[in-house]
Design a protein around this ligand. Sequence first.
Ligand code: ACO
Length: 355
Amino acid sequence: MSKNICFIDGLEGILKYRDVDINELIDLPYDAVSYLLIRGELPGKQELAEYSARLHAERGINREVMDIIRMCNLNIDAMEALRTVVSFISQFDPDLNDNSQEGNMRKAIRLIAVVPTIVAAYYRTANGKEPVPPDPSLSHGANFLYMIKGIKPDPLEAEIMEKDFILSAEHELNASTFSSRVTASTLSDLYSAVVSGLCTLKGPLHGGARAEVMTMLEEIASPENAEMYVLEKIKKREKIMGFGHRVYKTYDPRGTIFKQLSRRLAEVKGDMRWYSIAEEIENNVIRELVEKRGKPIYPNIDFYSGVIYKYMEIPPQLATSIFAIGRISGWIAHCFDQYEKKRIIRPRIFMLDEC
Ligand code: ACO
């Protein structure tokens, strides 16, 4: 198996999963990228067909799970419901405490397959609608949109959702992946490790930034207001959501792809409003923070993805959970790596000063 689950060059803006550049992966099905991350190499045609068939067969949720979803507070962020339900379903998995490679692979497939169904079922229930059962003939992205909206998705929107899951799938030792790895390092089960990742991804400095970007776009409302907004934020020394990154000190390659996709979507829809607001924010941030103050603050993955959700009419309450649907393959790849090490992660307190 290739050693690097992920490679990032934060100065050059390069991202690779298992040594394959993100720009080469972006047109593949999510299932192929998920396989690459977990198994270490891209699947052949037959392997992909088998992996997809196993994923598609595990998408359903049982009545007990639906009961728990209905018992959730229907005004919470979908991430909170997802965290609760993933924890709840672990008890039904016959392999829960089987940490063999085979047992872990079976759990991995069930988790990757079922997480989109949980998110969509919660979303529809919270909006007073009946859940839509998964369609095994659809791709990961298309099926998710179908389960949210209840109609077969527009092909461009389905393509963009698939790419969103790919771009969100893995990013080295970010905060949520670190959490998952710490849990796996104790030899706790894969569900627990995924719940740890979900809890950490939720924060607004991590996956939660995407929802904040959507709120910011609404607040700015028109491209003419973007400059004032950015100047005010800088004056108050507040963070502008969707900008900056601990590792990238140049353009985030995922952000660049999301920007192209959001422009394409805006043009096809004949509505440049959200894209233009975002571009104005970006231009002002680059001028004020990068050019005038020399700070390497560029759009990150959450910025133009927030624009895409505005066009696809995906509410902010779903934004972080969509990130989680993509990221789960990356968490699992790291957990598998950690299980092989059989060594607990236990940093000393002074190491935290470097964070
Ligand atoms: N807007 C304005 N200024 C910023 C921003 C921003 N988004 N990000 C960093 N800065 C400034 C800080 O104010 C600080 O300035 P100072 O040195 O004058 O005090 C400097 O840049 C360094 O900032 P830190 O917060 O120390 O950078 P760090 O690497 O710790 O944080 C982080 C990275 C958390 C992503 C930060 O840039 C941020 O909070 N961004 C906004 C939230 C966001 O978009 N998060 C999503 C990140 S991607 C992901 O997790 C999926």
